[in-house]
Design a protein around this ligand. Structure first.
Ligand code: HEC
Ligand code: HEC
Length: 259
C-alpha cells in the first residue's frame, strides 16, 4: 500500500476511534538500523559530506567562536574544557545526578552556563544555543551513539517509548507506524527513514536553517495534526532518549543535511 493511502485510511479510522490509544509495541530489528542519510538523494549526501559547502558549518564555526568567548561574569567554555568535549555528544541524553533528571545536550550546556559561567540559560532554538550544540555535537562526528537507558534513566526511556508507540493527532498515527513499520516507503516526496536523531542539530533544506531534534519532532507531530510540545519539554527529552537508545551504535553525523 502506498503511504498516502495509509495516511488517508488512518485519517478515516482516526475520525471514529479513541485518540491516544497505545499501539502494539514493535521494536526495530537491530540488524536493520540505518541512518536517515541513507534515504537522501546523492546530491544531498554530497552536500553533507563536503565540509566547505555544508551550510551546517556556519553554526559549527559560530559555536567554536562562542566556546572561546568569556561571559560577562565567567570564563569561556574552553578555559575549563581545554581539549573540547570529544565523544561527549554520543552519550546524550544522560542522567544528571544534580537535577535528578535526564538532560539532553542543550540542557547540559545550559546547566554549565548557569553553574560554571554565571550566565543565564540560552533560549532553546536560539542561534547561540544551536551553534554551541552544533559545535559540541560536531566533536563527536563519527562516534557511535552510546546512550545509557538503564538504571535511573529507565523510567524516562519508558516514557519516551510510550510516546513513540502511541497514536495521536487527527491522522491517529504513532511515530512507530511511520518510522518502524514503514521506513523505506515514499511519503510526500520523502522516503521515510527510521527516525533517528544522529544527524541533529541538522540543517534542513526546508528550514533553510540549522534546527534541533525537537524542531524536527514538532514538525512530525504537526504532520499528523497533533499539538506539538514546547521546545525542551521533558516529554520530548524522554522521546530523545528513547530515539538515541534505539539508535545505539549508529555514527553521529551532525552537522547533517536533511530535506
Ligand atoms: C506520517 C508519518 C510520520 C509520523 C507519524 C512521524 N514522522 Fe517523523 N518523519 C516523517 C518524515 C516524512 C520525515 C522526513 C524523512 C525521514 O527522515 O523520515 C521524518 C523525520 C523524522 C526524524 C528525522 C530523521 C533524520 O534522520 O533526519 C525523526 C528523528 C523523526 N521523524 C521522529 C519522529 C517521532 C519521534 C515521531 C512521533 C512523535 C514521528 N517522527 C512521527 C514522517 C513521520
Ligand atoms: C568554570 C569551568 C567551566 C566552564 C566555564 C564551562 N564548563 Fe562545562 N563542565 C565543567 C565541569 C567541571 C563539568 C563536569 C562537572 C559538572 O557537572 O559541572 C562540565 C561538564 C560539561 C558537559 C558535560 C560533559 C560530560 O562528559 O557529560 C558539557 C556538555 C559542558 N560542560 C559544556 C560546556 C559548555 C558548552 C560551556 C560553555 C558554554 C561550558 N561547559 C563551560 C566546567 C566548566
Amino acid at each position: 500500500m502506498r503511504l498516502g493511502a495509509l495516511l488517508a485510511s488512518a485519517a478515516l479510522i482516526g475520525a471514529c476511534s479513541q485518540p491516544a490509544e497505545e499501539h502494539n509495541a514493535i521494536e526495530l530489528d537491530p540488524e536493520s538500523i540505518v541512518s536517515g542519510s541513507r534515504f537522501l538523494t546523492a546530491e544531498t549526501q554530497a552536500l553533507q559530506a563536503d565540509d566547505f559547502a555544508n551550510p551546517g558549518f556556519l553554526w559549527v564555526d559560530r559555536g567554536e567562536a562562542l566556546f572561546s568567548e568569556p561571559t560577562e561574569n565567567g570564563s569561556a567554555c574552553v578555559a575549563c574544557h581545554e581539549k573540547g568535549l570529544p565523544g561527549v555528544a554520543a552519550t546524550y541524553p544522560a542522567f544528571d545526578t544534580e537535577t535528578n533528571s535526564v538532560l539532553n545536550l542543550e540542557g547540559r550546556i545550559n546547566q554549565c552556563r548557569v553553574k560554571n559561567q554565571n550566565a543565564p540559560e540560552l533560549a532553546y532554538e536560539s542561534d547561540p544555543l544551536l551553534s554551541l550544540t552544533a559545535y559540541v555535537a560536531y566533536q563527536s562526528r563519527g562516534a557511535l551513539v552510546s546512550v545509557d537507558s538503564s538504571g535511573p534513566s529507565r523510567e524516562t526511556y519508558e516514557t519516551g517509548r510510550q510516546y513513540f508507540q502511541t497514536r495521536r493527532g487527527q491522522f491517529n498515527l504513532s511515530c512507530q507506524q511511520c518510522h518502524t513499520e514503514n521506513w523505506g516507503k515514499r511519503l510526500r516526496g520523502d522516503t521515510l527513514s527510521q527516525g533517528h536523531g544522529n544527524g541533529f542539530p541538522a540543517y534542513r533544506l526546508e528550514w533553510q536553517s540549522m534546527g534541533s531534534l525537537h524542531r524536527r519532532l514538532r514538525d512530525c507531530d504537526t504532520g499528523v495534526r497533533a499539538e506539538p510540545l514546547p521546545y525542551g519539554d521533558p516529554l520530548y527529552i524522554a522521546v530523545e532518549l528513547y530515539l538515541a537508545a534505539r539508535s545505539n551504535e549508529l555514527p553521529l553525523e551532525s552537522p547533517a543535511i536533511r530535506r
